[in-house]
Design a binder for this molecule. Structure first.
Ligand code: BG6
Length: 483
């Protein structure tokens, strides 16, 4: 950040400020950025929500979420003095004018840059964007106006297109920051470094050497009181369309020619475009779904709910590099551990000269631990010590040191403030992702309930997901304990 940037006024306006996201993620991230001097010196934060609350009460609610980060730190007091609360609605012109006035007052005629963060119920996005446009609050004459939009962006292709249309009717794509917090994770960005700052993996990164790829995002928590939302979303809309497809795009894309946001996003978009689009029957054949025991007893969930809390899908990327290589994506809630991992399973050697007992040679495996125990593991064959020429699998591994990984929201908020869109999803990526996921949603909605496999809480998920991989393949997991 340059000195002149530091002299600019920045206001981060959070719509939906009384919600969980603001308290748990945004406030701690903004506080940490402020404390480390990453934000412009003249930076203010305005929280907006419907409930009546004083500035003091709002600040206290933020501190609850940021306590770990804040401790007894005196810089919290300094940060809190920059926080204001406005009670109002993001879709109401009078409220917006009051917010506009509050922000302009802080700027006192100086340059007035603004980041609007929509931490709202997604159904409010269109009306909020239109109201911001109507009230002139997206006009960039006196400073930049950027809009951060949380996921889910739409609920299917048609609604995502409608929302993109509303977005583009009030702002330019360059002002839009559609958040997928997985892209803010250090290990997800490390995928780019791992692939494109090393020469030894790239020649092998294709159908000639890779048998299949697994992308797993497993959670031990259940729907955590969000069942009302979750029951309409399920695992496909909540996780697959966004986080898992973004991971797939980063694993499968061609090297971008530059680090520019558009160069990167063009390559991701090409992959998403090349993902085979199934018909409804093919989607059924290429997926398995499950629901954890007790899900239907949660508040906001009907006793007849067929929402999948676990899903595994098989995708193919129809291009020269990946033709015929299955990409298995799986995600679920209430499982035995919280682990996100990418496994690239290489093919076995074409011929072996070693006299191994069954199961013979273990093919090479590369595991990228997204979280926890963030790092990389490479399994390779090694001579089994002894008088015979046998082999056994061993591994090389790297873990990021404990405590240095920052929360994804910090990086993403800073990027949005600095106008770097690399780690945000572009409108075409979102639409292509829905095109991939919609047939699964439709097929799961139409299928008979019997195909929804129940699974016990705290276990590995439905057994059908293991069979789904096919013979000679198994889900590969380094595991939450890093072992
Ligand atoms: C969110 C989903 O996008 O990601 C949640 O809505 C899920 O259901 C969460 O729990 C997982 O994120 P993380 O960073 O904890 O893996």
């Amino acid at each position: 950040m340059t000195d002149s940037d530091r002299d600019e006024r920045l206001t981060v306006v959070i719509f939906g400020a009384s919600g969980d996201l603001t308290r748990r993620k945004l406030a701690p991230a903004l506080f940490h950025l402020h404390r480390t001097g990453a934000l412009p010196q003249m930076c203010h934060f305005v929280g907006v929500a419907r409930s009546q609350m004083s500035d003091e009460a709002f600040r206290a609610s933020l501190l609850e979420g940021a306590e770990d980060a804040a401790g007894n730190d005196s810089s919290w007091t300094e940060f809190a003095s920059r926080v204001t609360y406005v009670a109002g609605s993001s879709t109401d012109d009078d409220s917006l004018r009051q917010i506009d006035q509050t922000v302009s007052d802080h700027c006192a005629g100086g340059r007035d840059n603004r980041l609007y963060y929509l931490a709202l119920a997604p159904s409010l996005y269109p009306d909020t964007l239109e109201a911001l446009g109507r009230c002139g609050m997206l006009d960039e004459t006196s400073g930049f106006r950027r809009v951060v939009i949380e996921k889910p962006f739409g609920t299917d292709l048609a609604s995502a297109k409608d929302l993109n249309q509303v977005v583009h009717s009030v702002v330019d794509e360059s002002q839009v920051f559609r958040i997928d917090h997985y892209l803010g994770k250090e290990t997800v960005q490390n995928l780019l470094v791992f692939r494109f700052a090393n020469t030894i993996f790239e020649p092998l990164w294709n159908r000639n050497y890779v048998d299949h790829v697994q992308i797993s995002v497993l959670e031990s928590l259940d729907t955590e009181g969000r069942a009302g939302y979750y029951d309409r979303a399920g695992v496909l809309r909540d996780m697959m369309q966004s986080h898992l497809l973004q991971l797939l795009a980063l694993v499968a894309m061609e090297p971008p020619a530059s680090p520019d946001a558009d160069a990167l996003r063009n390559e991701k978009a090409k992959v998403l475009q090349a993902v085979r689009k199934y018909g409804i029957d093919e989607a059924a054949e290429n997926s398995v779904r499950g629901q954890y025991a007790g899900y239907r007893d949660e508040d906001g969930v009907a006793q007849s709910s067929a929402t999948a809390t676990y899903g595994a899908i098989r995708l193919f990327v129809d291009n020269w590099r990946w033709q015929g290589v299955p990409f298995f994506l799986r995600s679920g809630k209430a499982l035995s551990e919280k682990t996100s991992e990418i496994a690239v399973q290489f093919r076995p050697p074409p011929h072996t000269i070693f006299d191994n007992e069954e199961p013979g040679i273990t093919p090479n495996l590369l595991q990228i631990a997204v979280q926890p125990h963030e790092g990389v593991h490479l399994t390779f064959e090694n001579k089994k010590p002894g008088t015979r020429m046998g082999t056994a699998p061993e591994s090389l591994e790297y873990h990021f040191p404990e405590g240095i990984i920052r929360d994804a929201y910090e990086r993403l908020l800073l990027d949005a403030i600095e106008g770097d869109q690399s780690l945000f999803t572009r409108s075409d990526e979102i639409e292509m992702s829905w095109q991939v996921i919609d047939p699964f949603v439709e097929s799961w909605q139409k299928s008979l309930r019997s195909q929804l496999f129940p699974y016990e809480r705290g276990r590995a998920g439905p057994a059908a997901a293991d069979e789904f991989l096919g013979e000679d393949r198994a889900w590969r997991m380094h595991g939450a304990d890093g072992s």
